[in-house]
Design a protein around this ligand. Structure first.
Ligand SMILES: [Zn+2]
Length: 236
């Protein structure tokens, strides 16, 4: 047996960035959308049958077709306003709308407020996100806890509002590695030089600020925390 202590000097790589993904909980509105969808489909089907499939078409067939189509249009409209899956973790807060993922990093947040049942996340640019508390109670409590730890200066909730959101109860929600963060074209926070490729980016694990590989300061310019430079995970 030989020992080779030199091998243990290899630099430990920083941990990967992680986040949790929360599915919206069923609410009165989401159940209404489901119910309207079922009724609309049935009415439309009955109308098509009465209007086109019977040997002697019924005069009410066209009205059933119209009513069914209107109900399904209402479903599409209401469906567009229902809650979407939310991600919370090292990369900030993200909302999934279909295949589109809109993210706000912690360092991009200007305010976190509670208004009319919504947790509002105001970004420094035009972008802001909102989480409905009825559908996203778990995610909202996690956002509040993480924002309070990472960027406390932007959190604008009263003690009573904090109590209403509560502490995170999401132990059952698994954590995944963060994938698919758009960094190409963003400027490095230390040098202002644009980042051309995702592999060249390094992140502050606290606030999500982005730097060029090799230009990472020991202290993040945005949040002041020590950085160890998480690298992006390749999107699968
Ligand atoms: Zn930072």
């Amino acid at each position: 047996m030989s020992s080779s202590p030199a091998h243990s000097l290899k630099k430990r790589s920083p941990r990967a960035r992680r986040e949790r993904r929360y599915l919206p909980q069923p609410t009165r509105q989401s159940r209404l959308v489901l119910g309207l969808g079922a009724v609309g489909s049935a009415v439309l089907g009955a109308g098509v049958y009465a209007q086109w499939l019977l040997v002697e078409p019924k005069p009410y067939g066209q009205w059933l077709v119209l009513a069914g189509a209107l109900l399904l249009a209402a479903v599409l409209w209401l469906g567009g306003t229902t809650a979407h899956p939310v991600r919370v973790g090292d990369a900030g807060v993200g909302i999934e709308r279909g295949s589109e993922l809109t993210r706000l990093a912690w360092c991009e947040l200007e305010s976190v407020k509670l208004t009319q049942g919504l947790l509002l996340l105001g970004g420094k640019g035009q972008l802001s996100l909102s989480l409905p508390l009825d559908a996203h109670a778990l995610a909202a409590a996690r956002v509040l806890a993480e924002a309070t730890r990472r960027v406390p200066q932007v959190v604008q909730l009263s003690e009573e509002e904090r109590r209403r959101l509560g502490t995170p109860q999401d132990g059952a929600v698994p954590q995944h590695e963060v994938v698919g963060v758009q960094v190409a074209g963003k400027p490095c926070a230390a040098t202002q030089r644009p980042i051309a490729f995702e592999q060249d980016a390094r992140f502050c694990l606290n606030c999500g600020e982005v730097y060029l590989k090799g230009k990472l300061p020991s202290q993040c310019v945005s949040c002041g925390q020590a950085t160890d430079g998480a690298a992006p995970t390749e999107a699968g």
